[in-house]
Design a protein around this ligand. Sequence first.
Ligand code: G16
Length: 598
Amino acid sequence: MDRTSSETRGLDPHFVPYRTRTNIPPMGTSGVRQVQEIFNQPDYLEQFIQGIAYHFRSLPANHPAAGRKTILLGGDPRLGNRERILKSAEILVANGFSVLMAESGGIASTPAMSHAIRHKEALAGVIFTASHNPFTDVGIKVNLHDGSPALEDTARSIHSYQNSEENRGYYTVSRDEARNSGLLEEIPTVELYGDLMDRIFDFASMREAIRGRERPLRILLDGMGGAAGPYLKEVFSKRLELHPEYHRCEPDPYLGGASDPRRANHPEPDFPYLSHLIEKNATGEYDLVAAYDSDADRRLDGGSGFWIESADEFALFALHADLIQLEQHFLPSGEHSPEAEVVFARSAVTSPAVDLMEEHLRRHYREKGLGLRILETATGFKWIAEYGNWGVEESNGLGNPWIREKDGIFSTLFLLKIMLQTGQTPRELMEEVWRRFGRIYFARGELSRAPERSASDPAYQEELRSLEEQKERLQNLIGEAVREGKGRGEMFGTLQLESLDSWDYVDPTGALRSAGAATILQFGQGNRVKMRFSGTGSGGYTLRLYLTHYSREYGLSKRDLLSPVTDALSHFFTWLGFRDATPGSYNDEKQPEMEQGS
Ligand code: G16
């Protein structure tokens, strides 16, 4: 491997051999996530970052970002991240890169980082976040020069540099040296993000509409102790001159919860983790309510006692997309679509709410001289980013074409813009969509086992191995059932299993694929279940279950409608011969019934 180019910039990088070398795991759905005890082992971070440096140092001359030397660093505020970011800066500077670090010690949201990478025309960004995982997990995402998350090819290359025989130590400079050389600087990601949102939503016109209201808006925003807070305050208070109630909007090393690892908070914007907000929204006193995960790329929006599911909100946005001139991005001369078609993407396992609007959207864009494509991708927003980023996924993530990541705050602002424009509440807006196009009832559940021991317990590795075996057995049982067509025609509870298939994903280049991206179970009476293993855990396994049921009637009780399916699934796994865990914890168990009022 070549010597560091920092030597030519008057720095004096030194080489430090690793005391211990670890086998760094490959990236999963979205970067790498590990329990902190493993991540904090001596030289783990160093080996990780040095591997990233080797990858970016070795880009071929014909790479679109070849010649660029700037890497952005930032992340969520979880315990230890500020120090990890600075340590990484020392290593990257020693490797010949210049580093731009998010302000306030590196705390930044993933969408703001993604935007800043493009804005600064940087080579890449390294984002320190384990997203919805509690503070006891550490995670790192790598984003490319266009701001999008690294795809499989980059992930594989980084993984091989991290674990290569030649990666025996890391280069570093002192913190002072890095700063004094001018190669480590801070950037104002909050301001850059605020400017972008202003351009998209035209804050001046929104302020005017806000001033014209008879009654001031009541807004409640929950940052879940993550990176969202400073961005929320910038756009809602400073730029829109609103006065929201901010809950957990100070970046917090414990992500809005207890410092005791056994009671750590789960910073995921979904019903099981938002009892406080659910209660407040139920009073009906708030026009707009929202929560964000630790890196603010996902959200849950609602208001006036009502909650909007992610894919439903995407359908709502599809109906009002002219308000943000969406089609500009897909014009023939636009950025994403040489074929002049507007691309609406969604992960295959999410609710196909937007598909119900296909005819309407096709007609709408035909009048503008544009085609339409609605397509399904594998799970992981990186696949949606590849298509221009206008898409939605199963875990409350939604993207926009201005940023190559999902972006929670964008959604809340868009919802607010539509509310101001139409004078309608979130419930009225959603009911209009359902009335016109029908409703997909959607729920997420899981079948999972997590290690009960802590990583410092000597028997931890043994427990992990045993859980890995369970996972393998479950994988094999499902695989065998799909291959041999087992279970077809059988009754599970009150439902008959009509088909059982495996779905593979191939990306638009045809070069990258995700085999077995989902298993699809079609039950009778229009009940469909898709399932896949989570790729963001840090031990144990989680088989995610996604349930859908379509109806023209939108006011039914979701729980009643889906309970035969949850029951059928329990029977199915027992019938398969898998008894180590049973499916449970459906997100809608804690979801307030929102069917009344139809
Ligand atoms: C990432 C992906 C999402 C996915 C989520 C959970 O988000 O971009 O599409 O739903 O992980 O993935 P899994 O089901 O594999 O656990 P984030 O915000 O966690 O980076």
